[in-house]
Design a protein. Sequence first.
Lengths: 253, 308
Amino acid sequence: MKVLVPVKRVIDYNVKVRVKADQSGVDLANVKMSMNPFDEISVEQAIRMKEAGQVEEIVVVSIGVTKNQETLRTALAMGADRAILVEATDNAENDIEPLAVAKILKGIVEEEQPGLVLLGKQAIDNDANATGQMLSALLGWSQATFASKVEIEGDKATVTREVDGGLQVIKVNMPAIVTVDLRLNEPRYASLPNIMKAKKKPMDTKTPADYGVDVTPRLVTVKVTEPPARQAGVIVGSVEELVDKLKNEAGVI
Amino acid sequence: MAVLILADHDNETLNDQTAKSVTAAKAMGGDIHILCAGSGCSGVAAQAAKLDGVAKVLCASDDAYGHDLAEPLADLIVSLAGDYEHLVGGATTTGKNVMPRVAALLDTNMISDISAVESPDTFERPIYAGNAMAVVKCGDPKKVITVRGASFDATGEGGSAAVEEIAAVANPGLSEWVEDKVISSDRPELTSAKIVISGGRGMGSKENFEIIDKVADKLGAAVGASRAAVDSGYAPNDYQVGQTGKVVAPDLYIAVGISGAIQHLAGMKDSKVIVAINKDEEAPIFQVADYGLVADLFDAVPKLEAAL
Ligand SMILES: Cc1cc2nc3c(=O)[nH]c(=O)nc-3n(C[C@H](O)[C@H](O)[C@H](O)COP(=O)(O)OP(=O)(O)OC[C@H]3O[C@@H](n4cnc5c(N)ncnc54)[C@H](O)[C@@H]3O)c2cc1C
Ligand SMILES: Cc1cc2nc3c(=O)[nH]c(=O)nc-3n(C[C@H](O)[C@H](O)[C@H](O)COP(=O)(O)OP(=O)(O)OC[C@H]3O[C@@H](n4cnc5c(N)ncnc54)[C@H](O)[C@@H]3O)c2cc1C
């Protein structure tokens, strides 16, 4: 089986984001960018399935700017076999909407015919939590979101999902779309020799037009602002003082 | 045009999120209808009919809808979509699972996790773990939305909407439910509790978490956790508060042994009063806390329990 893993290049999760003064968005100039943490988890999952003999080839894809090559090289260094870069914009601040990403991914799925697509449950920049579900709808495939365990047997996959009430186990038909949650695995770091080897692995470059997709945004961003800041309060000296303040000052207990 | 809200429920009880989605829907304009899809869920439909401002409840009771599977639910909503401009779900694991699928089937974008309705086509939503607020305008004829419960008050009762039974649509049969692993508890639900007390990595073990449970029981509070505490196995996954867990905004949030990473703050910084108990006076959690106590939690938490 072939597995397709879409990986997004996002602002590193340790970076404190700054909103631009003209309220047009978030400042991405000279900011550290990394692979979306959830996508490291999906790449890891694909590699483990390959190591277990369930998968023959892992194809990673990223949609965005030329620099997304770095993200793809990271995935190749972890253990993916081949990469596809879809150059959709020349400005990293023009994020591509999930619907457009899903349409491009659909085109790639039709060409590559994977048996499984593993996506992150959400990208930590726009927090949309939508792309996998949309891709699944466009393909008419089954979907298993927020996965913390994935087991494939023949033409079915049993997936444990992290839901609000606890865990839900479902069985889905293959081919399937699975979006991964934090507890699925702990991603490996790429070793130096593997980083060197990754430079020689194949990477194709495509454009949205190759898949007949128009990436013009449908949603207009009216403005982006800072949320109201919270003021630090007081440090209390003892548990008794804390309880007194909660009762008599804040009135919350 | 009207608004259709997908009810969040467990086939018996309507989840508070639905009443919060109704509050958001009132600002979108038009009649508000609620869809209760489930298995043997007529009781839920009756509860939804009582919500103030609801004009009609559609009840689709069928085994296919009993476990919130995304594919049949999305097909049902799409079959009804013609009559509605806004299709609304909660930003719960059910809404997040189903609504983007609906959006793609209707060829429209997803407007995820809204925190305010500025006008019927313009919405505010947090991005970058709530470190920025984006206002987005959607020109598409259909708007598919999930609503962040922590940002809206629940609509009260007082309505008496008609309940209309509707038939199921064909089930695509792509997936099947196997089992739920739910730990039932008498404590209030994390996302609707007035008081939440959460433990972090500082708790050190699953057993130690019991001192948090005891305070929760005295206060009638829900219990939460940081990602580090969940990853370490101290607390179950559904306790996780944060950017990639649950978003809460109780009257009182008590963070115990939690450092205050931005991903955690994203899930609780809209709480009315925040208390932090941490032995490290430099911990970033103190920057958002109304009341900070620099102390060893194993000393402070039992004392807190005794003082309540
Ligand atoms: C200020 C601002 C506000 C915005 N507001 C909205 C809005 O309200 N609604 C909206 O729909 N869009 C909005 N956009 C566009 C938004 O950036 C895209 O929706 C977003 O990039 C895709 O959503 P996500 O990355 O959160 O995807 P998610 O659905 O959260 O991503 C899940 C997974 O999909 C895959 N994936 C996603 N993108 C890519 C990619 N480019 N390449 C490869 N794999 C990928 C990854 O596996 C990822 O883990 C906004 C953009 C900006 C700049
Ligand atoms: C993609 C991604 C998503 C994430 N999503 C989330 C999320 O949704 N929610 C979330 O919480 N995190 C999330 N995180 C993780 C986040 O970055 C932090 O790692 C996490 O919140 C840290 O948890 P913590 O505060 O419990 O642990 P730590 O940062 O290790 O802090 C432990 C604290 O306990 C204190 N302490 C230790 N012992 C004692 C004692 N005896 N008495 C008093 N205090 C003590 C220490 O001083 C310290 O401040 C995410 C990370 C990533 C990369």
